[in-house]
Design a protein. Structure first.
Length: 209
């Protein structure tokens, strides 16, 4: 069995310890009969110590092939929604995918919560005529989620949501929100909201053509 130079240095140090032992200690060991055994065991103990503490380990094993990472179902759902939002076959499919992405980023479902990205997706859906996205975009302006709080912008989007809602229940719900907001707005804000509503309505109608 071969040992490295570092190991041999450890052995030599162990032997030197034995040679430098105090004479009184050696004499005591001889008296009780332990010295012969110690002379045999001590070099072996030194060798073991050298092997354990001084010997350099062998080269590390080469890295194996990278582990296969399966794409999570959440990532797949998000990617599928993005594809649908960008190249859906129908306008309704695009709006639905965009609105779902907005909700995902707003609540942190399948993605990291990001209110700014939620606003981006809600706005894209709203500009295509998505009533539900309009209402949620209004909420973000009302609470200042991902955008500066803006009651005028909030009022305009709620009014648009009521205009584009396809069910009576949704229209009634948004109308109730408008009544509540009107009580908190000044006349100047109401005028600004009306102007903003007309601007947004023209933009949406233009994209619909």
């Amino acid at each position: 069995m071969s040992v490295t130079l570092r190991c041999s240095r450890g052995i030599e140090q162990g032997v030197s310890w034995l040679q430098k032992a105090p004479r009184s200690g050696v004499a005591a060991l001889e008296g009780v009969g332990y010295l012969p055994a110690m002379k045999t065991l001590l070099p072996l103990l030194c060798l073991l110590s050298a092997l354990l503490s001084s010997c350099s380990p062998g080269p590390p094993a080469p890295p194996g092939p990278p582990a296969f990472v399966d794409e999570s179902s959440a990532d797949k759902r998000v990617k599928a929604l993005i594809v649908e939002a960008e190249s859906g076959k129908t306008r309704a499919k695009k709006i639905e995918a965009m609105t779902t992405l907005g909700l995902s980023y707003s609540t942190g479902t399948d993605v990291l919560k990001d209110k700014k990205k939620a606003v981006e997706w809600y706005r894209k859906a709203a500009e295509l005529g998505g009533a539900k996205a309009m209402g949620r975009l209004a909420d973000h302006y009302g609470f200042g989620w991902g955008v500066p709080r803006d009651p005028v912008e909030q009022h305009a989007w709620v009014k648009l949501s009521a205009h584009y809602s396809k069910t009576y229940r949704a229209q009634l719900s948004q109308t109730a929100v408008l009544i509540r907001l009107n009580r908190k707005m000044s006349r100047q804000q109401e005028a600004q909201s009306k102007q903003r509503y007309e601007e947004l309505l023209k933009e949406i109608q233009k994209k619909a053509k």
